[in-house]
Design a protein around this ligand. Structure first.
Ligand code: DP6
Length: 340
């Protein structure tokens, strides 16, 4: 391996799922129990630099300039092991990752992290892969990362084997001007992460009903996006989120991610849509923060109303984003300076 071309930097965006991935048929391969749909979030991203070094004894990982904790390192190392095994590489890597949004708050940092890590790792080897192949590989690191590889509005077909479970774009980012106004009601790190949650999903008696009906919701959400039908979109997205949280709450042990303020926001969003005609609906991932998905023209009004609801709510907002991209491989110290 040449010393000059073994480094690459890649960026991937976070995504928000409209039909959720919750529970795996195969936890090791991250083959999901159902197909899912999401949109990428332009404003929220992870930038990762990977350098493969022939004389390195062990992989290293920094996140936002600080040495990562052991669990993060072990997860990244496991993913690098998969890449080493599948691409026949035998050396270790230095990995430096930067998120521009808070981690562990139900805003999927693992999606953008593993999508950017996978693209950087593959590019640093001088290899080219198409979106399907990259998505397949990224999925092994984190299921939702499979969706962050592709651009815009994305469908992850569950498939039934490693090679058939990957995500693809079904509408580009400029197809529909939606905005995700995220009501951050808590920045504290979530107690039970998604990976642990996926493993208990099957213990809920509701999970099989959720999975059996996911295909119908997926068709509705896809049709709603393709036809820009906000009413159908809102109804189905809220139902899918409620169903996933019903599974979480009825799993053994139960998982409760909602906080009182999450419920206040959810009720308000439904009222703003039903009585005031705002094009807005809610969806929540594995955390208490409420993603208020709205038509771009209503985003400002939604932000104002959220601020008026409670001074505790912080707002992040994002338009629809593109897919994972390779960036010029600047050294990480430059990235740190830029972020100050
Ligand atoms: C609730 O992709 O974070 O956000 O595959 O274990 O990394 P791992 O899980 P992850 O799960 C995402 C769960 C979700 C719903 C979704 O994004 O579809």
């Amino acid at each position: 391996m040449s010393r000059n071309n073994n480094i690459a930097r890649a960026r991937a965006h976070s995504n928000i799922a409209f039909v959720k991935y919750w529970g795996n048929l195969d936890d090791d391969l991250r083959l999901p129990a159902n197909s899912s749909i999401s949109m990428n979030l332009a404003a929220l991203h992870t930038t990762t630099t990977v350098e493969w070094q022939a004389d390195r004894k062990t992989d290293s990982l920094t996140i936002n300039g600080a040495r990562a904790d052991k669990s993060a390192l072990l997860r990244v190392r496991a993913h690098l092991d998969e890449i080493r095994r599948r691409l026949e590489v035998d050396c270790r890597a230095r990995v430096d990752s930067y998120n521009n949004f808070p981690m562990g708050t139900g805003i999927a940092s693992s999606a953008s992290a593993f999508a950017s890590l996978t693209l950087a790792a593959v590019s640093a080897l001088g290899k080219r892969m198409d979106v399907r192949a990259l998505s397949t590989l990224a999925r092994l690191g984190s299921g939702s990362a499979a969706r962050s590889v592709a651009s815009g509005f994305v469908e992850w077909r569950s498939g039934d084997s490693h090679d058939t479970s990957c995500a693809e774009t079904f509408a580009e980012a400029d197809h529909w001007a939606l905005v995700d106004v995220i009501a951050v009601v808590s920045r504290s790190h979530k107690r039970v992460g998604s990976s642990a949650g996926h493993q208990t999903a099957g213990s809920s008696v509701i999970q099989s009903a959720r999975v059996d009906s996911a295909g119908a919701r997926l068709l509705s959400v896809k049709q709603a996006i393709l036809q820009r039908d906000f009413e159908l979109f809102a109804k189905t997205v809220e139902e899918d989120s409620n169903l996933m949280h019903a599974v979480m709450m009825t799993s053994r042990p139960p998982l409760f991610y909602w906080q009182p303020l999450s419920l206040t926001v959810m009720e308000s969003v439904r009222r703003w849509r039903a009585t005031d005609g705002l094009q807005v609906c809610y969806t929540l991932d594995a955390g208490p923060n409420v993603h208020c998905i709205c038509a771009a023209g209503d985003a400002e009004r939604v932000v104002d109303r959220l601020k008026a609801l409670s001074p505790e709510i912080e707002i992040l907002r994002s338009r629809v984003g593109g897919g994972a991209v390779v960036l010029p491989a600047d050294p990480p110290h430059r990235e740190r300076r830029l972020r100050k």
